[in-house]
Design a protein around this ligand. Structure first.
Ligand code: NOJ
Length: 555
């Protein structure tokens, strides 16, 4: 691939909306599509280019939309198909792209397919899910030792047909059986349905678990207690036979081929739990698999220059150009990263600068740009079924250290638009919003951020502008700069394009740093400090001082 063939999706900036929590238009305390339409101008002004929506399809909402009961309808809670068509048109009119969240792996138990499938052994949909006899003798034990990702056996017994069905995630999310060609065909047609409407891409939910071992062999032992992004193992089990199967890798090529049928280009980004070193196989043997895969390592990397240097080098090694890496700090499952930074806005600005200047696609989770943090909720009464599950878990803090939210309610609270009652999230100031609003909403909100030139929000806006104005930040190759002893304190790299070179220096410590002769005739195009003056070329003596936690970009 030559550099001028760079595709739009390789240099886009994605913004994730969790529809329940972005903007409520009806006053019932739950976000919806019309609410999102009201806020498209905000996103346009922010400068993001692609908007990914967590699922808004028909669903009993047991997992808030990741339990789908109809893949081709909008849940009335969020609006109608007319609302969807409107949102799609408005996004396109504003020259932005729309990305849907597709849960190919499973349905809700309330999906008509599953209801049929569960009704009898000879139902025509029986084989659409994974049903098996229990272990002999008696069949009253699950067919094998597989565990669900949040813990506990991955099988549920149905008395009426005396068989067990398999689920990878939660018990009300039965896995579809992709060994059945009808299932595959149906789900590919679902993708076509949305692509024909004009959707520009899909985020593919837990794609690693599409296929499971044909023989359902037992998974081997592992010392891993909880899931991490390093290894697909947890609860003392290595997920050898239920995750990352060769059939799943082959499937990514089929998915890519389907996307290639469409013009202009569309893209796929997969949610997959593999280490950076193993991720490449999902991009396909000839970069003909998924367009991108989420790299989650940043969600739990400590705020240290050397740590990030190491992770970035691993990513560059695993996914050299023309492969496209991704950069994620938070999402609807993970701890909002500003909370891991103890609400230190200067540090958040450093990470934002890094995310928007590395080679690859940044994913910004709604509210990240204003510094929304995690909110405390009781596990036992949490809306999120995972939170309720963890209320019985003996060492919940370990999960948090790995970057996962204990109850995902904590990272899904309503967007903080202004300092009015209910943070301007809903037109009804009295209504109890589906999740409580963070106590800090009077201080942390869009309206306040917009007014302060030195806010995190304005830092994001300036960064996005700089990225859009400078070709090497979109298409340039990446080179780490060795600062010797300073590597411990400062992360430095350049982006190289035939037309331009850009230099990024990030001060990771709470002290001044002196850069000696970093470049000839530096032209400062960005600093995390909004009031940093342009460098006077006549007064430049070869040294540049970075103030505590300051990040700068030169050309
Ligand atoms: C991963 C999604 O990110 C999460 O929110 C969801 O609960 C599970 N997949 C199940 O679909």
């Amino acid at each position: 691939m030559s550099i001028d063939k760079y595709k739009w999706w390789q240099k886009t900036i994605v913004y994730q909306i969790y529809p329940r929590s972005f903007k409520d238009s009806t006053g019932n305390g739950i976000g919806d599509l019309r609410g999102i339409i009201e806020k498209l101008d905000y996103l346009k002004e922010l400068g993001v280019e692609s908007i990914w929506f967590s699922p808004f399809f028909t669903s009993p909402q047991q997992d808030h939309g990741y339990d789908v009961a109809n893949f081709r309808e909008i849940d009335p809670l969020y609006g109608t198909m007319e609302d969807f068509d409107k949102i799609l048109k408005e996004i396109h009119d504003k020259k932005m792209k729309i990305v849907l969240d597709l849960v190919l792996n499973h349905t809700s138990i309330k999906h008509p397919w599953f209801i049929e499938s569960a009704s009898s052994k000879d139902n025509s949909k029986r084989d659409w899910y994974v049903w098996r006899d229990g272990k002999k003798p008696g069949g009253k034990k699950p067919p094998n030792n597989w565990k669900a990702i949040p813990g506990g056996p991955a099988w549920i017994y149905y008395e009426n047909t005396d068989q067990w069905f398999y689920f990878h995630f939660l018990p009300f999310q039965p896995d579809l059986n992709y060994r059945n060609p009808e299932v595959k065909e149906e789900m590919l047609n679902t993708m076509r349905f949305w692509l024909d409407k004009g959707v520009d891409g899909f985020r593919l939910d837990i794609l690693h678990s599409i296929f499971e071992d044909k023989l359902l062999r037992n998974n081997p032992f592992s010392w891993a207690l909880t899931l991490s992004d390093k290894k697909p193992a947890c609860y003392f089990q290595y997920h050898k036979y239920d995750l990352n199967l060769p059939e799943t890798l082959d499937f990514t090529i089929e998915l890519r081929n389907l996307m290639e049928e469409y013009e202009p280009d569309r893209f796929l980004v997969g949610e997959i739990f593999v280490s950076i070193e193993n991720v490449r196989k999902y991009y396909g043997p000839n970069n003909n698999g998924l367009h991108m895969v989420f790299l989650f390592e940043f969600t739990s990397t400590p705020f240290k220059s050397k740590k990030y240097r190491k992770v970035i080098s691993r990513i560059e090694k695993a996914l050299p150009f023309p492969f496209t890496p991704t950069f994620v700090y938070s999402n609807h499952d993970r701890v909002r990263h500003i909370s891991l930074l103890k609400d230190n806005v200067k540090k958040a600005k450093i990470l934002a600068t890094m995310q928007l200047t590395l080679r690859g696609v940044p994913f910004i989770y709604y509210g990240e740009e204003i510094g929304m943090g995690n909110v405390k909720f009781k596990l036992k009464t949490s809306e999120d079924p995972i939170g309720r599950k963890f209320s019985k878990f003996p060492f919940p803090q370990i999960v948090r250290l790995l970057g996962f939210s204990l109850t995902r309610d904590s990272c899904r609270t309503p967007m903080q638009w202004n300092a009015d009652s209910n943070a301007g999230f809903t037109p009804n100031p009295e209504v109890k919003t589906w999740l409580k609003i963070s106590d800090n909403y009077k201080k942390v909100n869009v309206s306040r951020g917009e007014k302060n030139p030195n806010s995190l929000l304005n830092c994001y806006k300036r960064l996005i502008e700089v990225r859009r104005e400078n070709i090497s930040l979109q298409e340039g190759l990446f080179h780490i700069i060795d600062l010797g002893k300073l590597n411990k304190k400062c992360l430095a790299y350049k982006r190289i394009h035939e037309k331009q070179e850009i230099f990024v220096y990030l001060n990771f410590i709470n002290k001044d740093i002196l850069l000696e002769n970093p470049i000839q005739k530096p032209d400062l195009i960005f600093s995390t400090l909004s009031n940093r003056k342009a460098l006077d070329p006549n007064a430049y003596d070869g040294n540049i001082k970075l103030t505590p936690f300051e990040g700068v970009i030169f050309k």
